[in-house]
Design a protein around this ligand. Sequence first.
Ligand code: ASP
Length: 437
Amino acid sequence: MVKVVKFGGSSLASAEQFKKVAAIIKAEPCRRYVVPSAPGKRTKNDTKVTDMLYSCYDAASKGEDITNHFGEIEARYNGIISELGLDFSLADEFEAIKNAFIHKAGRDFAASRGEYLNGLILAEYLGFDFIDAAEVIFFNDNGLFDSERTNAVLASELKKHEYAVIPGFYGSMPNDTIKTFSRGGSDITGSIVARAAECDLYENWTDVDGFLMADPRIVENPRVIGEITYRELRELSYMGATVLHEDAIFPVRFAGIPINIRNTNNPEAHGTLIKSSSDKYDTGNVITGVAGKKGFSVITVEKDMMNAEVGFGRRVLEVLESNDICFEHLPSGIDNMSVIINTHELEGRRERILNGICRAVNPESVDIEDGLALVAVVGRAMVKAKGTAARVFKAISGAGINIRMIDQGSSEISIIVGVEEADFEEALKAIYNEFVY
Ligand code: ASP
């Protein structure tokens, strides 16, 4: 059994957190490869080291004196080192990084040092080897992650180390400069290492007990999801439920490695297990989770006999395509077709789109309505449970809310309902309460 373990910024924000992390790692000898983030916030109003690095680098690029700024970053690391009682110094590293800032080594380089330095400390504290991500994680000339080259080099490097720390968030470009993933990207590194190590489980340690069935800002004390499939997770994350970086799913999904979200501050909790497929249909609640987002618009095109007009849908969509707009949903009737899109995509293009559609299909009417919120009810068990859709609609109408759109994909793992933005929170609560008790 081999496990790859990734620890987020809050799990490594202070010496106290480092101690919890080491206890977790040492509790199971199979936790062999460790991917750390940079130190995160210690308290609500604290600043993440990554953000300190970005702003310090921006100051250096403007030619400002960064002595104080950089000193604060050094102090964060030195505090951790001394409180852990390590006989270890990063002084040479600090000197080199500060010089690189002054010589404009790049914003990505700057941000990546957060993980790099934290990785050095963690490797020292654990007594593990250190593998610099720049040597094993690669991007191509277009700045896209080069999965195959990375996997080959990383897999053979890992074989040389029984225990190692590989910092998250960055890799290198063909010209040897440093590039980072997007924010929160250490999750991606963890997943890449998990694939290359061909491990049995990728544990992603954070500061919550797992994925919740609903947004805790809307539903009071929502339950933790025990087990979820990648597809369900995609549906929920797309709707705004976040714990894990979206791109972190791909490397492990194809390798068939499950991800376990765990809580560093509550290691007894089992967390959420994310798997490719689950035969555990008995989630106890029929639904796995409910999530949603505001900020959608509906373009409705009406024309008699639309259903008999060959190429109608294509011509409408071509107008969106030529305006560089992607659509989210496409619920259609016999004589009308609706296209749901993100409202911000329409900015400055409304007239052009309306005119384009008129020219393309000569409809009886076409209009755009804003203010739509979408709610996704997601659950693999819905396929087997009769009457789920009816229960969703009953819950919403029972709360006195008008449903503006319904879309159930043929896969039956989700039902999407459109409501007025003002009704969004109530709709979500009503659905949660209908299924969870
Ligand atoms: N430190 C980086 C960030 O704050 C990456 C990560 O934590 O995953 O976005």
